[in-house]
Design a protein around this ligand. Structure first.
Ligand code: 13P
Length: 248
């Protein structure tokens, strides 16, 4: 049986004061949560996350990482730097990075490799746009995004990674994929990996992300290939986030 992982992606939200309250409320509401829980915070708040969460059940991580180890890359943050803050996870290839900041499949594959080299667990985001879904190329797009990783790091790298299926049209739109729509893509991803390595596929955590709320989490997480969620907006509200964690 795979464990479920619920991770909050705070995106570019938060302040020292707000985070203090949010993390405190999450920590005090974990009693009937069985899933693994994590929060991915903006870089400046990693020290706060570490100070507040060390020794607790809640892991923390970052939302992006440089593909480079060090050097003249103004504004970038390396995987080794994330290690200094004891991050467990780092999101790579989020659709907002791909579409707003021009990250290609090749760049995402380099970031994924850099994270793993440093011992971090990449949460690799894949997913299609609305146009791609309507054109019937969802599987081709997700496949292409995965192939870049497989070519760079091999299937065995997925033994130390998490995949998040996040249909772009469901992110921040209030329009969640139906459990059946999400399950179909999750099953496709697992089958693709299974064809290369059955053991890796069996243990691979595949999260769903895109307008997950307390109200729809349980039916999504009940699907056989949905192993938790990557939660944006709803992760900024402790009660809502905890309810999602409880549903997993
Ligand atoms: P929302 O939950 O706000 O739709 O965001 C999903 C997401 O992008 C998580 O990475």
């Amino acid at each position: 049986m795979r464990r479920k992982l619920v991770a909050g992606n705070w995106k570019m939200h938060g302040s020292l004061a707000d985070n203090e309250a949010l993390l405190g409320a999450i920590l005090s509401g974990l009693h009937d949560v069985k899933a693994d829980v994590a929060v991915c915070v903006p870089f400046p708040y990693l020290a706060q996350a570490k100070a507040r969460l060390a020794g607790s059940r809640v892991a923390w991580g970052a939302q992006n990482v440089s593909q480079y180890a060090r050097g003249a890359y103004t504004g970038e943050v390396s995987a080794a730097m994330l290690n200094d803050f004891e991050c467990r996870y780092v999101i790579v290839g989020h659709s907002e990075r791909r579409t707003l900041f021009g990250e290609t499949d090749a760049v995402v594959a380099e970031k994924y490799a850099a994270a793993q080299t440093a011992g971090l667990i990449p949460i690799l985001c894949v997913g299609e746009t609305l146009e791609e879904r309507e054109a019937g190329v969802t599987e081709a797009v997700v496949s292409r995004q995965l192939d870049a990783i497989l070519a760079r790091s091999g299937v065995i790298s997925l033994a130390n990674a998490v995949i998040a299926y996040e249909p772009v049209w469901a992110i921040g739109t209030g329009r969640t994929a139906t459990p059946e729509q999400a399950q179909a893509v999750h099953a496709f991803i697992r089958a693709k990996i299974r064809a290369l390595d059955a053991e890796v596929a069996e243990h691979l955590i595949i999260q769903y992300g895109g307008s997950v709320k307390a109200a729809n989490a349980a039916e999504l997480f009940a699907q056989p290939d949905i192993d938790g969620g990557l939660i944006g907006g709803a992760s900024l509200n402790a009660e809502e986030f905890l309810a999602i964690c409880r549903a997993a």
